[in-house]
Design a protein around this ligand. Structure first.
Ligand SMILES: *Cc1c(COP(=O)(O)O)cnc(C)c1O
Length: 220
């Protein structure tokens, strides 16, 4: 089995300039995360605020922290303290809460809007046609800045099947960028995971979120 260090080195050498890797670190220990950082990872993604708190305590601000899970309102206060980016905003209500808590903390929180590109009822994210109106509403908040889009897409064994969903999310990204909405910067497009990141990059992703390929199969 290859080490975390080798996995990171190989991945970083393979992806084009301008594409950033978020190491999706759910269930991983601080030591595992540190190994990834020492091999060149600069962004850590966490799905659960409580789990993030523990590793954040041990690792701190030497890396950027992205929230990539489903955020609950009662966790926003803590999330705003830990994270440098919340990738998964999908409602006015959660944005309202982030804005409020960020103001108290004296910070402007960068966020991505999560698109439910597969229109899957059980999944988080807004449907493609709802993205623009949500972004226009959120753009009025002073303590949030929309900086891009994120999508999971449906999970397929064959990554080619994910391509249309990545392509559609890129189209939304381009269209919203052209609208030049004040306080909105369409700069980052976060899509692609272990089995689909190559396709996602071909379709315009400049952030990929990688767990298994870096850390190995999850035990849980
Ligand atoms: C776990 C996770 C990933 C990474 O998944 P892998 O298939 O392990 O690379 C990416 N994005 C999100 C939101 C995740 O929860």
């Amino acid at each position: 089995m290859s080490s975390i260090r080798e996995n990171v080195r190989k991945l970083l050498s393979e992806i084009p300039d301008g594409v950033s890797v978020v190491a999706a670190a759910k269930t991983r220990t601080a030591d595992e995360i540190r190994e990834a950082i020492s091999a060149g990872i600069k962004i850590i993604g966490e799905n659960y605020v409580q789990e993030a708190e523990k590793v954040f305590e041990l690792i701190g601000k030497e890396v950027e922290w992205h929230f990539i899970g489903h955020l609950q309102r009662n966790k926003v206060k803590k999330a705003v303290r830990i994270f440098d980016m919340i990738e998964t905003v999908d409602s006015f209500e959660i944005a309202y809460e982030i804005d409020k808590r960020s103001r108290t903390e004296g910070k402007v929180m960068p966020v991505f809007i999560e698109i439910n590109s597969g229109r899957e009822p059980q999944k988080a994210g807004v449907f493609p046609e709802q993205a623009e109106s949500l972004i226009r509403e959120i753009s009025k908040f002073e303590n949030i800045k929309v900086k891009g889009l994120m999508t999971m897409g449906p999970r397929f064994g064959d990554p080619e099947k994910a391509r249309p969903f990545f392509r559609q999310t890129k189209e939304i990204f381009d269209r919203i960028r052209c609208l030049d909405i004040p306080n909105v910067e369409m700069r980052f497009l976060s899509m692609g995971m272990t089995n689909s990141y190559r396709v996602a990059i071909e379709e315009g992703a400049n952030i990929i979120r990688i767990g298994t390929l870096i850390f190995g199969e999850r035990k849980q």
